[in-house]
Design a protein around this ligand. Structure first.
Ligand code: NDP
Length: 337
């Protein structure tokens, strides 16, 4: 049983010393428990927060503990009446080959799931985040302009495609020409702006001639600076993530713009609301799942994955995820499915 434990808390970017591979005996399930064999491990930006001791909405991973993470796993042995050997489940097994679970927060995918890893992406937490943030906080109306950062990632790509289904004009913001072309040509966005140029502000203004009604915030930093002056009266901002800050060790350079931001929120009556997906919207999961399965079947939502083989490659793949190396949802294939 290989497992990756937190060896030290990163200062800035995680590096090769952040996590340590250990081996241990395969554990034995007790009464009411089951043994899970990880097949896929999800890599997600929130994991950077768990590596840090800073107070957040969830407790940090302790030094020496297995790194947390969403997984798709196979039930190898079960003393839990709700789950049987051979079943696939979505679990929170973390960065390891095997885990013991009592069934809490575990959902069955049946014995022959079609695309099991999708349960970690478009049909799971990131897809749900996109759906709930957009519909519950963004409250889009047909004809409105929606802007989303991290446009080709699992959350951003789904936000934009749902907004298109709902009749909005959608402008993505992504890093590089290739990702922008994908957002327009494959995902069907109306436009996509590359934020890694020095023409970001002008390019975004040109792509949003009617201003911005909804800004789905995934990234923060210079992208938010470009969005702010373009927000319309009554705009909504689902505040989902701020990935540009996750590795930051100090405040950004430049003048303090807090007063300007608050002035704009006031005079333009803008709503900005942060959310933590399952804490705030968990009760809506069945509604999301039903709608998303329908859209995927109808070919209305596309999904791009990057599957990387080997648990041993997870730390490097995670560092790359925070740096914009991923193109689509990054998943580690841990098992043999
Ligand atoms: P992504 O795969 O989109 O995140 C990685 C991407 O972030 C990179 O590929 C890169 O895209 C972009 N990025 C990295 N650094 C920067 C930067 N400095 N400026 C702008 N973009 C940057 O992740 P997810 O789709 O899984 O998540 C998107 C956001 O949603 C994250 O902030 C995440 O923390 C948040 N989230 C929040 C949840 C909640 O409950 N509130 C739940 C799930 C996710 P590019 O190459 O285009 O720069």
């Amino acid at each position: 049983n290989r497992r990756l434990v937190l060896a030290e808390r990163p200062n800035g970017e995680p590096n090769e010393n952040t996590l340590r591979m250990e081996t241990a005996d395969i554990p034995t399930p007790q009464n009411g428990e089951m043994l899970l064999r990880t097949q896929f491990l999800s890599l997600d930006p929130y994991m950077r927060g768990r590596m840090s001791a800073a107070k957040s909405y969830a407790d940090p991973v302790e030094i020496g503990d297995v790194m947390v993470g969403g997984t798709v796993a196979e039930v190898i042995a079960s003393n839990n009446p709700k789950f049987s050997k051979g079943e696939y489940v979505v679990s929170f097994s973390g960065w390891q080959d095997y885990a013991i679970s009592d069934g809490t927060m575990v959902n069955s995918l049946g014995t022959t799931p079609q695309n099991p890893s999708w349960a970690l992406g478009v049909l799971g937490m990131p897809g749900f985040t996109a759906w709930a943030g957009l519909t519950q906080i963004g409250m889009p109306k047909a004809g409105e302009t929606v802007v989303v950062g991290g446009a080709t990632g699992p959350v951003g790509a789904t936000v934009g495609q749902i907004a298109k289904i709902l009749g909005c004009r959608v402008v993505g913001i992504a890093g590089g020409a290739e990702k922008c072309a994908y957002a327009v040509d494959e995902l069907g966005f109306d436009a996509c702006v590359d934020y890694k140029t020095d023409t970001l502000n002008g390019d975004l203004a040109a792509a949003t001639p009617d201003g911005i009604d909804i800004y789905f915030e995934n990234v923060g930093g210079k992208v938010f600076d470009a969005v702010m002056p373009l927000l319309n009266t009554g705009a909504r901002i689902p505040l989902c993530g701020l990935i540009s800050q996750y590795n930051a060790t100090s405040l950004p350079d430049g003048p303090d713009r807090m007063g300007m931001l608050m002035g704009q929120l006031l005079t333009r009556r803008i709503t900005m609301r942060g959310f933590i997906i399952f804490d705030d919207f968990g009760h809506l999961y069945p509604e999301f799942a039903a709608q998303m399965i329908g859209w995927i079947k109808e070919g209305k939502i596309k999904y791009r994955e990057e599957i990387i083989d080997g648990l041993e490659n997870a730390p490097e793949a995670f560092i790359g995820l925070l740096n914009g190396e991923a193109f689509g949802k990054r998943v580690i294939r841990v098992g043999n499915v």
